[in-house]
Design a protein around this ligand. Structure first.
Ligand code: NCD
Ligand code: ZN
Length: 345
């Protein structure tokens, strides 16, 4: 008997589309299944001003399928102008502002080093209800990379939230039980978290055991198994505070398979098949729609998509190992288990 699952069309609440030839190549991988996505602003140079966001949005729309809606973000810097942010929000141009601690990840050198210098922006955002998407890792050299999320919550995020009542925060791509617990500690409706596809599938052994696997390296780096299991429970629970943000982050193979490889897993192509498999493994298929299609819009106070996608279970679905771009090949994330759920629009 064929099993069929119909979901409201999903959205991706954390996505890297890049620009130019890479944008043209990766965009269809997202628009095939997703209705909307929160577009990360870590281009080179970053998308800091409303004018830059408007121009980037136009480039995405020009490369798109006419249906996909990019939800733009501004990259917060210590020079960001609260009035520019507020105007971009008022005009409907942006859906969120992104906070990268300076040096935390790919293209984050313009991020924030001294959080006191963005106080005025955060206060304005709390006043107007504009969400802050947070890359939650400290960058201190003396903090172990596997502890950087937990330390960020204590040293940075919790103090910011206490000092800025009403600030709406999305903890992006949480990777630890500490992140899950922190999000669950707030019933205010002002705190949510995205969880990636790959962090539901891999732990740190997948990166390092039996040889180094650069295509499993991303930031925040995958943690030990107990943390992966905590993310699985959070994602499959239906809890409205957790929603899908793939963090699909394309880098060409030479940039990944290098002595100093870039961080990022490219999951846009097969994310929905992987998630269906994951939720099935955990006996939670009936809660997949909450994670992919309902909890995100609820947090962002947007309607759910009106149309649907259908997934059908059958023979193993084979996805391409790589997609070709004019900049070079990009390897598609390999979950390491067969996929049986095929998506049709
Ligand atoms: C992202 C990228 O490549 O832009 N990389 C990643 O490992 N996730 C940046 C980010 O989201 O941290
Ligand atoms: Zn990201």
């Amino acid at each position: 008997m064929t099993q069929i699952l119909t979901l409201r069309r999903p959205d991706d609440w954390h996505l890297h589309l890049r620009d130019g030839a890479m944008l043209a190549a990766v965009l269809p991988e997202t628009t095939r299944h997703f209705g909307r996505a929160i577009i990360m602003p870590n281009l080179v140079p970053p998308v800091v001003t409303s004018a830059q966001a408007a121009a980037y949005r136009a480039r995405i729309l020009a490369a798109g399928d006419g249906r996909f809606e990019p939800l733009m973000t501004l990259y917060l810097t210590e020079e960001s102008d609260p009035e520019d942010i507020a105007a971009a929000h008022a005009s409907g141009l942006i859906t969120a502002v992104k906070l990268y601690p300076a040096g935390a990840t790919t293209n984050s050198s313009s991020g924030v080093a001294n959080f006191d210098n963005v106080r005025a922006c955060l206060e304005k955002m709390a006043e107007i209800g504009l969400p802050l998407c947070v890359h939650g890792e400290v960058v201190d050299a003396d903090v172990d990379i596997f502890d950087r999320e937990a330390v960020f919550i204590d040293r940075v995020l919790d103090p910011i939230r206490r000092a800025t009542p009403g600030l709406r925060v999305v903890m992006e791509h949480i990777t630890t039980s500490d992140g899950v617990d922190y999000v669950k500690s707030s019933d205010s409706g002002d705190l949510g978290a995205t969880i990636t596809t790959h962090h539901l599938v891999i732990n740190r052994n997948h990166i390092l055991v039996g040889g180094i696997k650069p295509h499993y390296y991303c930031l925040p780096v995958a943690k030990r198994e107990s943390h992966r299991l905590a993310l699985r429970v959070a994602a499959t629970s239906g809890d409205a505070r957790f929603f899908l943000g793939t963090d699909s982050a394309p880098h060409t193979d030479p940039n990944k398979e290098s002595a100093c490889g870039c961080a990022g897993c490219f999951t846009a192509t097969n994310t929905m098949s992987i998630l269906a498999e994951v939720f099935e493994q955990d006996g939670a298929l009936e809660r997949l729609e909450a994670f992919t299609s309902r909890n995100g819009p609820a947090f962002y106070r947007l309607p759910v998509n009106e149309d649907s996608i259908t997934l059908s279970r059958g023979e193993a679905v084979i996805y391409p190992d790589k997609i070709e771009t004019e900049d070079g090949a990009v390897t598609v994330f390999d979950p390491g288990f067969p996929l049986h759920w095929r998506v049709s629009n």
